[in-house]
Design a protein around this ligand. Structure first.
Ligand code: ZN
Length: 420
């Protein structure tokens, strides 16, 4: 071996000798591994949907099951290290105990009728009159006086249809579907006359009978209104002087278990709370599960109504997650300022989003914040064929869609904080 080579060899051996202990020193001891960054996990989020929609089920605001859901959400937020609070407020609860429609006479039979929510209770009997879609001008008011209006679904709201025939003196309203099955509709707030819905086939069968001769029907609505308590669940991660609200409603309609609407948004909010618990944030983040969205955005309106002038001024943005687990198309709506940040992030995540068109005013809880002048982002997916139906079940919620929604929100938070 030439002397030069021997020198290099000695040098290398020396280097290795010098390096080895250094490596040994920096290697962490086996019993204390370096914490891996907490990643958003759609499968983990889906477990919340399984509990909310699968185990607890339908959760109308003011119900026993919704109180259980509030406990679950509060318990989860506490387990991530937050102090989670219930923010309660009074609501008017519509208790629907069922409706019937019976055809009188030789052809008499019972049809399967659903209560239109907020229909007053009562039993009325009268001749059935076809009023088409029940728009003003679709029927002669005199023909409906003292009778029961048979109405086709479509074009205008259920409440407008019921109101138009009530104004003309109708005793009751029967609205039949444009699709095959029956549906669960709402009059929005107090109606004036008993109102029920039918499947299309039943509606058409009644329509055909009225064309052959007078048909008398009896409709009954067994329901009541009472005062109950609803509650938002709120947890705060302290950070900078400005606050970002991340929320979704956790109540459902009575008609179904509310997996996509809105177990999905609640689940993503909870998983974000878990992930963000250990991450530094330039903002104070408020995680909120809103109650009573389905009966008029009441939870978000209550929360916004409780904010002081100072809190209103320092709320940087609101991100609302509602129906984010079913459907192929991501839709984003709200304030241009925040929505414009979200579009490129959605595209980077591989799902280019479309703008939500139309009036967003009553769409979901972000509307309460926008009304107070707070820049908001509404994250949503289209279309859910099981919307507000008994089939809005956990098995149809896609963990990959929850994952996308979570990563989108994390990206928007970074954008708002100027980190991308
Ligand atoms: Zn919803």
């Amino acid at each position: 071996m030439p002397r030069r080579h021997l020198l290099i060899l000695l040098l290398l051996a020396g280097l290795i000798w010098a390096y080895l202990p250094a490596v040994a020193q920096v290697a962490p001891p086996a019993e204390a591994p370096v914490a891996a960054p907490v990643e958003f996990n759609g499968v983990q989020a889906k477990l919340h949907v399984d509990v909310l929609a699968g185990e607890i089920g339908s959760r109308p605001a003011g119900s026993e099951s919704q109180a259980r859901a509030a406990q679950y959400v509060q318990g989860q937020l506490s387990s991530f290290g937050y102090q989670a609070e219930l923010q309660s407020f009074p609501i008017t609860f519509y208790d629907d105990r069922g409706s019937t429609l019976a055809v009188a006479g030789a052809l008499g039979r019972q049809m399967s009728a659903n209560t239109l929510q907020y229909s007053p209770p009562g039993a009325v009997e009268g001749e059935l009159v076809d009023v088409g879609l029940a728009r003003a001008g679709d029927f002669s008011p005199a023909a409906v006086q003292g009778k029961i209006a048979l109405i086709e679904r479509g074009e205008i709201r259920f409440s407008e249809k019921a109101e138009n025939v009530a104004q003309a003196g109708a005793l009751g309203a029967v609205i039949y579907n444009h699709g095959p099955d029956n549906f669960n509709g709402s009059l929005g707030s107090g109606g004036q006359i008993p109102a029920v819905s039918l499947a299309r086939s039943d509606g058409e069968s009644l329509l055909a009978q009225t064309r052959r001769g007078p048909v008398t029907v009896r409709i009954t609505v067994d329901a009541s209104l009472d005062q109950r308590t609803a509650a938002n669940v709120v947890a705060t991660k302290p950070g900078g002087p400005q606050t970002v609200v991340i929320g979704g409603h956790f109540d459902s309609v009575a008609a179904g278990p509310g997996a996509n609407d809105n177990g999905s948004g609640t689940a993503v909010m909870l998983e974000l709370a878990r992930v963000l618990a250990s991450r530094p944030s330039p903002f104070t983040i408020k995680f909120v599960a809103f109650d009573a969205e389905e009966i008029g955005l009441l939870g978000s309106a209550h929360l916004v109504g409780q904010l002081s002038e100072d809190e209103l001024r320092t709320t940087r943005a609101m991100i609302n997650l509602d129906m984010v687990g079913v459907g192929d198309e991501v839709r984003l709506g709200g304030s241009d300022e925040v929505v414009s940040l979200a579009f490129p992030i959605a595209a980077q995540l591989g799902e280019p989003a479309r703008a939500l068109g139309g009036g967003l005013n009553g769409a979901s809880d972000h509307a309460s914040f926008m009304r107070a002048g707070i820049a908001s982002l509404f994250v949503y997916r289209a279309e859910d064929p099981n919307y507000h139906s008994p089939n809005d079940r956990a098995e149809f919620v896609d963990p990959a869609s929850l994952d996308f929604a979570g990563r989108l929100v994390l990206g928007v938070l970074d954008s708002l904080g100027g980190q991308r």
